[in-house]
Design a protein around this ligand. Structure first.
Ligand code: SAM
Length: 200
């Protein structure tokens, strides 16, 4: 009898601990979503493929993924462009931990050595060497990001955005992904610095 009740006690403790972990994880994701204004929703696979198809095969330099979420797109980019450095930023701790674990696991087996997922706010990260920027954010975040990219990216750098436009930027290309809710994918190009000087 005593043995049976101690078994129940142990299983109750496991249930309680699991529930606490679940509540903390959900709370953390909700809190981060409120903070950034962007939930950690991954790009649909068809949309991600279309975004990747817009990255020139000749790309060199650094590809930045701004807001890596669970890391799936970052892993995909790094796999498609093994000779290019890929840096991804994520500010939500739980998705970051999942993405970082996947990156480290892949690295352990010799894959995706060109990928680094960093915990942090991409608005505070220097992006001066970015040749390609990939993002799936929301309109508020795009409004904040636009001037930073204009100020920092080298001329000719491209910005590929899933679903959300960059206010005050003219897309060079807009592609519609028919296979997933007619989602638009926008490609923007950083102007030559001289053009930016004329604008100022
Ligand atoms: C919609 S998810 C996209 C995930 C991934 N890029 C994809 O397309 O599958 C956007 C992510 O951006 C992150 N995020 C938003 N603002 C951020 C910021 N300022 N710094 C770092 N991450 C940010 C959010 O936490 C969220 O996980």
């Amino acid at each position: 009898m005593a043995e049976q009740s101690s078994v129940f006690l142990v299983s109750d403790s496991y249930t309680a601990i699991s529930l606490i972990i679940l509540v903390v994880a959900i709370g953390s994701i909700l809190w981060s979503t409120l903070r950034t204004g962007v939930p950690p929703m991954p790009s649909n696979v068809h949309v991600a493929d279309r975004m990747l198809s817009l990255v020139p095969a000749t790309t060199t330099g650094t590809i930045y993924e701004l807001g890596a979420g669970w890391g799936f797109l970052a892993l995909k980019i790094a796999g498609r462009f093994p000779a290019v450095q890929v840096i991804a930023y994520e500010l939500s701790p739980i998705p970051f931990l999942v993405g970082k674990s996947l990156q480290l696991l892949a690295n352990l087996f010799g894959f995706r050595r060109n990928l680094e997922i960093r915990y942090g706010n991409f608005m505070a990260a220097p992006l001066h060497d970015g040749t390609v920027i990939m993002c799936y954010l929301m309109i508020g975040a795009m409004i904040r990001l636009g001037p930073k990219l204009r100020a920092e990216l080298p001329a000719g750098a491209i910005v590929i955005s899933n679903a959300f436009t960059m206010p005050d930027w003219q897309p060079e290309t807009t592609e519609i992904v028919e296979s997933y809710q007619n989602t638009p994918v926008y490609l923007y190009r950083q102007e030559h610095p001289a053009v930016r000087l004329q604008d100022a």
